[in-house]
Design a protein around this ligand. Structure first.
Ligand code: SAM
Ligand code: SF4
Length: 329
């Protein structure tokens, strides 16, 4: 079975924020004082998430990404990974993490066959790391990076590039891809930090591409895969690759293949909509799997053409005061 939206895009990838809580305070994501966290009873339970995944898997979804907040902050997160692996419906089970809490979970993840990790790291400078995340965990994250690479995980490093903050990290981060078989993905900053300022100056995908091109004249775009948001580049002699994600310019929407579920169980059919339906309340109203399946198909049909249409069609002001920590990135 396959599901397509009304623009004939096949939707087969779900991103689930398992918590809105986080142990870091990256300023582009959360205000310093944190956000008003949802009471635990408002979060989808692991049983509810597993049930949803079963329904989605039967609809042809083949990829799930667990994110947050910090997913490893949620108690027994590894149990959810195990439940998901046991479904045997998802070819790709991915995780996005800040890398501060996963050290002891690496062997278990390996045994479950989970090998693809996106690690968020915006700088290779400990002081800048502290300024950006408002915490002093740089060494811990670097250790995680090395451990994951040594253990053979496929690592993508997510770096949000911000004007006046860490553009000087673009090339040092690229050096990681020269030395290790990893992908460094530069992300345009998006207006979700719990306190977005209008007219904020954005370091664009084009700015990033120009910086990389000047430093590495052999920079070559690679052929993309279904649903890619990053334009991936290779550089002669590099073990890894470099990717640029135009998250703010939104030039990838025509190939979008994803659905998002926020920490409190809201379905977002686009990152830029403000949540279209509470799947949590629907599940808790006692529906059957068939009703759940029908509802998800109907919601997918509502997916907007692109992020600009989603923004226009939704309550933009509310969206922009949301934190990425509850949306999941
Ligand atoms: N805590 C985990 C982490 O940091 O990897 C997972 C959740 S975090 C919200 C998921 C991704 O969203 C991270 O890679 C983070 O850098 C990115 N992100 C958060 N706020 C962002 C923003 N305003 N613009 C662009 N990316 C953002
Ligand atoms: Fe936490 Fe990730 Fe947001 Fe940073 S980006 S505050 S690590 S949820």
């Amino acid at each position: 079975m396959q599901v397509h939206d009304s623009f004939d895009r096949r939707i087969d990838y779900v991103r689930i924020a398992v918590t809105d809580r986080c142990n870091l305070r990256c300023f582009y994501c959360m205000p310093e004082e944190g956000i008003a966290y949802e009471p635990k009873s408002h979060l989808l339970s692991y049983e509810e998430i597993t049930r949803l995944l079963k329904v989605l898997g039967n609809l042809g979804f083949s990829k799930v990404r667990f994110t947050g907040g910090e997913p490893f902050l949620r108690k027994d997160f590894i149990q959810l990974l195990e439940n998901t692996a046991n479904l045997q419906l998802f070819k790709n089970i991915h995780i996005t993490t800040n890398g501060t809490l996963i050290k002891n979970q690496i062997p278990k993840m390996k045994s479950l066959g989970i090998s693809k990790i996106n690690l968020s790291l915006d700088t290779l400078d400990a002081e800048r790391f502290k300024k950006i995340t408002r915490r002093s965990d740089f060494e811990k994250v670097m250790k995680t990076f090395h451990q994951l690479v040594e253990e053979g995980f496929q690592v993508k490093v997510n770096a949000v590039v911000m004007q006046g903050v860490n553009v000087m990290d673009i090339l040092p981060l690229a050096q990681l891809a020269a030395d290790y078989p990893v992908s460094i993905r530069y992300i345009e900053e998006m207006p979700f930090n719990g306190g977005y300022k209008e007219n904020q100056k954005i370091c664009t995908a084009k700015d990033i591409q120009q910086t990389l091109q000047s430093a590495y004249p052999s920079l070559q775009p690679m052929v993309g895969k279904h649903g890619d948001t990053a334009t991936e580049y290779q550089v002669e002699g590099f073990k890894g690759t470099l990717g640029i994600i135009p998250a703010f310019s939104r030039t990838f929407c025509n190939t979008c293949n994803r659905l998002r579920i926020t920490a409190k169980g809201e379905i977002k059919t686009c990152l830029y909509d403000s949540g279209v339906f509470s799947i949590r309340d629907f599940i808790r109203s006692g529906v059957t799997d068939d009703q759940l399946t029908e509802k998800i198909i109907a919601l997918i049909k509502l997916k907007p053409k692109d992020g600009f249409a989603a923004e226009e069609g939704s309550k933009l002001r509310i969206t922009r005061s949301e934190s990425m920590s509850s949306i999941g990135g």
